[in-house]
Design a protein around this ligand. Structure first.
Ligand code: G3P
Length: 219
């Protein structure tokens, strides 16, 4: 399973990339705004930090405008990193048209704001490289979010669909375990959840007790 980090915070990306566990990055306009950096500033650094797909989102609503915006984003990325460029496109009919055109032009796409297996199927049919079901927002809305991941994985497996499933809108470490058990290709995880994944109180207690005992031995 690949692990992406879901943030545009370059300090967090740098630190967590140094753990050797990151396979990619996802951002969105909200995360970009939270980082306090411009798109160009983030682009200038993010591709050096992680060697894997980096998702950057368009904000246009019409297919033609999305395509132009997507190409403009790719053009801002240094040539040597462009194979990692992934354009996030919202799950709408216009978005599907844009995905089709971009996939035909060899530009990777990540269809975002997916809330049903049917939406994921349509995105895959249009040629999406990735689909991003938003689990936490479904949970927040009183629906079992992971249920749609199960459905998407079953459907993609039935038809050997190559589009990769990114479990997104992850809220806590249990979401990551559930996504992995369902065979999702990728989980994109906020930095604070990755930091929770590394910790266990018994690990900390074990280290404390080993160090204490070592003090007795080394005398
Ligand atoms: O990758 C999608 C993610 O950024 C959305 O997460 O927490 O805003 O629902 P959230």
């Amino acid at each position: 399973m690949k692990l992406f980090i879901d943030t545009a915070d370059l300090t967090q990306i740098k630190e967590l990339a140094s753990w050797g566990i990151l396979d990619g990055v996802t951002t969105n306009p909200t995360l970009l705004a939270r980082s306090g950096r411009s798109l160009q500033e983030v682009i200038d650094e993010i591709f050096h930090l992680v060697n894997g797909p980096i998702s950057l989102e368009v904000v246009s609503e019409k297919a033609e405008e999305m395509i132009t915006e997507a190409k403009g984003i790719v053009a801002k990325i240094p040539q040597k990193y462009r194979e990692n460029a992934t354009i996030k496109i919202p799950m709408t009919a216009e978005g599907l048209k844009a995905v089709k055109a971009l996939s035909q032009q060899g530009i990777k796409t990540n269809v975002t704001l997916v809330f049903s297996a049917n939406q994921a199927l349509l995105a895959a049919k249009a040629g999406a490289t990735f689909v991003s079901p938003f689990i936490g927002r479904l949970d927040d809305n009183g629906q079992e979010g992971m249920q749609i991941v199960e459905e998407i994985m079953e459907i993609f497996c039935n038809y050997d669909i190559k589009t990769e499933v990114i479990v997104a809108s992850i809220r806590h470490p249990i979401h990551v375990i559930q996504a992995a058990r369902l065979g999702a290709d990728i989980a994109t995880i906020p930095p604070e959840v990755i930091r929770k994944m590394v910790k266990h109180p018994l690990t900390d207690a074990g280290i404390t007790s080993f160090l204490k005992d070592w003090e007795k031995v080394k005398k």
